[in-house]
Design a protein around this ligand. Structure first.
Ligand code: NAP
Length: 283
C-alpha cells in the first residue's frame, strides 16, 4: 500500500525531497513515510484519483506534471491560479486542492536565509519563464517598490509585466543587452536570476545575466538555480561585494511550506535543512 504523503514526478530518481521531509515527519513523531512516486503522464489521472482516499495528506508535484494536474483537482488556490502551476495537492476531506508554494518558499528563503525583506525594494528579475511567474507573484504580494523583468525574449517579459500589473504596481519589461541592464541593475537592492543561465547541464553553465561591475555592493543576489550551488552569477555578486544566496533554500522552503500545510504543524526547519545538507555532502 502506498503511503499518505510523497512527491510525484517523471523521472523522479534525482529527488532529494524524501530526505528532508522524512526528517521533518520523524522529528514531529508523525508516523508516515514520505515516498517518491514515478508517475508517467499516461498514469497521472489514475494516480491523482488515489489522493482522494481517507487519510491521504498531500502530494508534492514536480516536473513534468505541474500544469497537467490542474484539470484533475477540484479547486485551485489564488497562488496556483496566479502562477498557473500546481506544486502541491492537498486532500481536504476527499476534495483535492491544488496550490503553489514556489513563491512563498522563495520569500521565506529570502527572509530566513538571506536576511532580506523585499518590502519597498527595487528589484530586477532576470528571466520570464515558469519560475519567474512564481517569483514575480511573490514579490508583488511582498510589496516591492519597483520591479524590472529582463529577458532574452523581451515579448515574454512584456507579457508577464502586463499579467501582473495592478494599480500602482507596474513592472518594466526590458531585454538583456548591457545597455538596457545598465539602466536598472546598478540601482537594484535585489537581483533574482530565474533564467537557466548557470545551471549544470543547461544552455550556458558558465554564463551570467549580470556582471560584477554593474551590481551594487549593497544588493542581495539570489540565484534560483541550485546546481551548482555556486553559479557564475553568484560569483559576480560576490565580486561586487554584494550578498550571494543560492536556490537550494527556495527548493527546501517550497517543500517546508507544503509540509506545514499538509500536517498542520510548524516544520522543524533546522532539522530539515540539516538533513538535506547531509544528503548533498554524501551524494
Ligand atoms: P523556463 O520556463 O524554461 O524558462 C527559462 C528562462 O531562461 C527563460 O526566461 C529563458 O529566456 C531563459 N534562458 C534560457 N536559455 C537562455 C540563454 N541561453 N540566454 C538567456 N536566457 C536564457 O524554465 P523555468 O522553469 O522557469 O526554470 C528556470 C530555472 O530555475 C531552471 O534552472 C530551474 O532548475 C530553476 N528552478 C529552481 C527552483 C528552486 O526551487 N530553486 C524552482 C523552479 C525552477 P527566453 O524566454 O528568452 O527563452
Amino acid at each position: 500500500m502506498s503511503s499518505n504523503i510523497g512527491v510525484m514526478g517523471h523521472p523522479i530518481g534525482h529527488t532529494k525531497s524524501p530526505v528532508f521531509h522524512q526528517a521533518g515527519l520523524d522529528e514531529l513523531g508523525i508516523k508516515e513515510t514520505f515516498e517518491a512516486w514515478d508517475v508517467a503522464p499516461e498514469y497521472l489521472e489514475e494516480k491523482v484519483a488515489t489522493f482522494r482516499a481517507d487519510g491521504f495528506l498531500a502530494a508534492c508535484v514536480t516536473l513534468p506534471h505541474k500544469q497537467a494536474v490542474i484539470p484533475l483537482v477540484d479547486e485551485l488556490t489564488e497562488a496556483a491560479q496566479a502562477v498557473g502551476a500546481v506544486n502541491w495537492i492537498f486532500n481536504r476531506d476527499g476534495k483535492l486542492v491544488g496550490h503553489n508554494t514556489d513563491g512563498t518558499g522563495f520569500l521565506r528563503a529570502l527572509k530566513e536565509k538571506a536576511g532580506f525583506d523585499p518590502k519597498g525594494a527595487n528589484v530586477v528579475v532576470f528571466g520570464a519563464g515558469g519560475a519567474a511567474r512564481a517569483i514575480i507573484y511573490a514579490l508583488k504580494t511582498a510589496g516591492v517598490n519597483r520591479l524590472t523583468i529582463a529577458n532574452r525574449t523581451v515579448e515574454k517579459a512584456q507579457a508577464l509585466a502586463s499579467d501582473f500589473s495592478e494599480g500602482k504596481f507596474k513592472p518594466n519589461a526590458i531585454g538583456m543587452s548591457r545597455d538596457e541592464l545598465s539602466n536598472f541593475v546598478p540601482y537594484a537592492n535585489l537581483l533574482v536570476n530565474t533564467t537557466s543561465l548557470g545551471m549544470a547541464g543547461g544552455p550556458a553553465e558558465l554564463a551570467t545575466p549580470a556582471t560584477a561591475d554593474m551590481i551594487s555592493a549593497d544588493a542581495v543576489g539570489y540565484d534560483i538555480v541550485y546546481a551548482p550551488p555556486m553559479t557564475k552569477f553568484l560569483r559576480e555578486v560576490e565580486e561586487a561585494g554584494a550578498e550571494p544566496s543560492g536556490g537550494m533554500t527556495m527548493l527546501v522552503f517550497q517543500g517546508i511550506e507544503g509540509f506545514e500545510m499538509s500536517t498542520g504543524k510548524t516544520a522543524p526547519v533546522e532539522t530539515m535543512f540539516a538533513a538535506i545538507e547531509q544528503a548533498l555532502k554524501s551524494s
